[in-house]
Design a protein around this ligand. Structure first.
Ligand code: SF4
Length: 357
């Protein structure tokens, strides 16, 4: 077991990643960064879903220039994703970016690296080193023959070494691979030797369905080992879906304190109600809540309420009527037609009480 709390805390805007802080959820915009309106609109949707930090590509001068205006209209730290061009890094820093993702070993001449580091130091901006199995340095591919977890860790240490030589320590590191066992092994090995916060991700994980499963397998394994201070789920989907998946994964490990949980049964031959659509409706209803409420939706009252003892509130179906229950105890019977609306009222009440205390 590792302890994510042993990592160095690194400040990013108004957040701190690493140390004893919560695991931070982030995503990346799909818009052209230079299109300020579209980018801000996407970031605001991400914020509403629970995104705590967002990255934008800074691939040209227009994108770097847009940062200033985007920053004015959003409420979470903004990260610039930069490849190679140190001038774009400097422009992003000048325009108020909160963090830069750039690999110092790819910047080029030492003087250019020094300039970026100096600008970051002056404004207290951290750098994320993003190692990717698909783009390892040639000297490592020559040494290892092909991408391996050891090669990935060596790449991270190579870039870290450049920053440390310049007495720069506000570093966050990712070691992404789309191969799940490779990513797990790379992060596990990195956690042994790297004192900086680790940003978890299974890169190019796939579509909403397959990417969710792949990310859950990889990131879940790492979180269960105590590894990971921030994470991004990479999906070929609306980035809001990435946030929903990230919240569910963190919830599974008790690493998020403001997320609702739905408990629902798989159904069986005892079922007399349309449980799947009820469960989906309730899940949608509670998805935007920032309250750690547990809601249970069960097909019948035979085993259900007892099996969902930890639920704050729940329903169990039956022919013509259903049960409303709390912590496994039946509260009252409700006509089947009113089951969901009564459940929603109870949820609203619990949320009101929670928010008032
Ligand atoms: Fe079957 Fe009832 Fe259990 Fe659902 S709660 S799986 S309907 S026994």
């Amino acid at each position: 077991m590792f302890s994510r709390k042993d990592t160095r805390p690194v400040k990013v805007g108004n957040l701190i990643i690493g140390g004893s802080n919560d695991v931070i959820i982030q995503s990346m915009c799909t818009t052209k960064t230079a299109d300020v309106d579209a980018t801000v609109a996407e970031i605001l949707r991400l914020e509403e879903a629970g995104c705590q930090m967002v990255r934008v590509t800074v691939n040209n001068e227009e994108a770097a220039a847009a940062i200033k205006e985007i920053k004015k209209q959003i409420h979470i730290p903004l990260v610039a994703d930069i490849h190679f061009d140190y001038r774009l890094a400097l422009a992003a820093i000048e325009n108020g970016i909160d963090k830069v993702r750039i690999n110092p070993g790819n910047i080029g001449r030492r003087s250019k690296v020094e300039e970026v580091v100096k600008a970051c130091k002056a404004r207290g901006i951290p750098i994320r080193i993003g190692v990717n199995a698909g783009s390892l340095e040639n000297h490592l591919l020559e040494k290892y023959g092909y991408p391996t977890p050891d090669a990935m860790v060596e790449s991270a240490l190579f870039h870290i070494g450049i920053l440390e030589e310049l007495d720069f320590h506000d570093i966050i590191v990712s070691l992404k691979a789309s191969d799940v066992p490779m990513a797990i092994e790379a992060y596990r090995k990195a956690a042994e030797v790297i004192p900086y916060p680790l940003h978890l991700g299974i890169t190019e994980a796939g579509t909403l369905f397959s990417g969710t499963i792949k990310s859950s397998a990889g990131i879940g394994a790492l979180l269960s080992l105590g590894i990971g201070n921030t994470l991004r789920i990479s999906l070929s989907a609306d980035p809001v879906e990435e946030i929903k998946v990230a919240r569910e994964i963190l919830k599974s490990f008790g690493l998020i304190s403001d997320a609702p949980t739905l408990i629902s049964c798989p159904t069986c031959g005892r079922l007399d109600i349309d449980l799947f659509s009820i469960a989906n409706e309730v899940e949608e209803y509670i998805s935007k809540l920032k309250v750690p409420i547990k809601v249970s939706v069960l097909g019948c009252a035979v085993n259900g309420p007892g099996e969902a003892r930890e639920a704050d509130i729940g329903i169990a179906g039956a022919r013509g009527e259903g049960m409303l229950f709390r912590y496994g105890e039946i509260v009252r019977k409700v006509p089947e037609a009113d089951l969901v609306s009564e459940l929603k009222k109870e949820i609203d009440h619990i949320v009101e009480v929670y928010e008032a205390t």
